[in-house]
Design a binder for this molecule. Sequence first.
Ligand code: FNR
Length: 353
Amino acid sequence: MDVPADGDRPTDLPYPDVDELEAAAARVLPEHVVGYFRGPTGAYGIPTEAERWSQLRFRPHVLRDTSRLSLATTVLGTPVASPVLVAPMAQQRAAHPEGEVATARAVRRRGVLLGVSTNTGVRFADIGAVGAPWWFQVYVMDDRAMTADLVQRAAAEGATALVLTVDTPGVDPRRPQLEPRSWPERYGMQANLPGGDTGRPIFSGTRNLSVDDIGWLHDLTGLPVVVKGVLRADDAVRCVDTGAAGVIVSTHGGRCLTQSIVSADALPEVAAAVGDRAEVYVDSGLRTPEHVAAALCLGARAVFLGRPVMWALATGGDAGVEELLGSIDTQLERVLRSLGAGSLDELGPDLVV
Ligand code: FNR
């Protein structure tokens, strides 16, 4: 009887279909919530981030030993089972009653890491209790004392890094918002501000930001600071020169400056400029294992997924997120083997055009 060779074995998890997940989420969530999660991406004839990732083509190696490939790596010293991580996203309780607690449970089971938004409706202690590593995403507020208090409490509850989001001096009015009357009771937000859930509008932080705030946040907490929303080499270098431990190349999922350069095009120059001085990550528009593989080749140490996780959370709770992350990891391994990669270290820009 013919015994299938290793490469013929069907993988145990299917190819992730994020479009189908989104359609399924749209069937179970209120329309205004779906609109808020989607944001203005792809509107007005602007090509989407995902389309740009899909345009990249691989130049695979063959005849390489890929039998020992492992997705395990580290981010700022934290071991993770895969370089596919979960982006900080506000309002996860609008997707699922447990919000980030459910996301964190899936993340813990997958051995990875999540970002937690300033605009979360879940208390730090409840996220910390799950036991998954998490980074706190900071919108610096005009009220610096309140911001300091918030980041220090995040650190005390177990956040291992701060993610300073810098690309949101305002919100595009075309971005659908959650109906104010439907929160905080139903969705919850900013559960960690003094006085608990205040029901303030979603905020994007102060306009009075500078590179000095990297050191300010580090000094407040002792935590490494990652700057999120960097799209240029010169800005990335300024961040690293002033103490950033990492940068996230990001367009905020196309939710802010809708006509900016996309992450796929910004990543190579940022990665080249930063080199080994800090870690470079990327998000925005990553929807398939091939997109993730291309991002790793172009210099990302890890990637963050946003909306795909939100759709999985809405449709399947923690099990849904776990399945999504599992299928991406499984198929990512296959794609990397198809590139001839025996380890993550062998990925480089020469593998992509
Ligand atoms: C976000 N994102 C985000 N980023 C951030 O720094 N603070 C935040 O509070 C939020 N909130 C938020 C809400 C929702 C509903 C979405 C979809 C996104 C942006 C997020 O961290 C990430 O940059 C993008 O989501 C990545 O793009 P994709 O994967 O969604 O295409």
